[in-house]
Design a protein around this ligand. Structure first.
Ligand SMILES: [Zn+2]
Ligand SMILES: [Zn+2]
Length: 143
């Protein structure tokens, strides 16, 4: 559901609910193996934001440390991942795009970790593709 100043979302079972206090959402498709495993698909679409723009409104999140610096928070009841930390050194977080309610407009901006993309999925748009992190992103763990 979209409201004047943000968007709501939640996990599959409904125990975890959140709001994102941000009007414009951008999406980045990540093809790394961790995203594939965590989300069970060819890629994960992440919506990056400042940490203070994510507000947990009900339920609680369990934590999985997916790498030395990164962690993913998920619903302990149904396993839906709703928050990804530690991808960049600026402290920003990302929400998997599919957890938003309804179909809020999300502007897809790029594809990252394309070097890890599976052979059975083809990227069919003209957005920028990066083998790892885009130039300029200071990541906190070795790519
Ligand atoms: Zn759940
Ligand atoms: Zn990834």
């Amino acid at each position: 559901m979209t409201t004047d100043n943000g968007h709501s979302g939640g996990c599959l079972c409904g125990a975890v609910r959140f709001r994102v206090e941000r009007i414009h959402l951008t999406g980045i498709n990540c093809y790394c193996e961790m995203c594939r495993k965590a989300h069970g698909g060819a890629f994960s679409t992440h919506v990056p934001m400042r940490r203070d723009q994510f507000v947990l409104t009900s339920g609680s999140l369990a934590v999985f440390n997916s790498s030395a610096e990164g962690r993913r928070e998920y619903c302990p009841d149904c396993g839906t991942h709703v928050l990804v930390h530690g991808q960049t050194a600026d402290g920003s977080v990302a929400v998997p795009a599919g957890t938003f309610d309804g179909d809020p407009p999300i502007s897809l901006v790029s594809h990252i970790f394309v070097r890890d993309k599976v052979g059975w999925y083809e990227i069919a748009d003209d957005l920028p593709q990066f083998d790892g992190w885009p130039p300029g992103v200071v990541n906190t763990h070795p790519a």
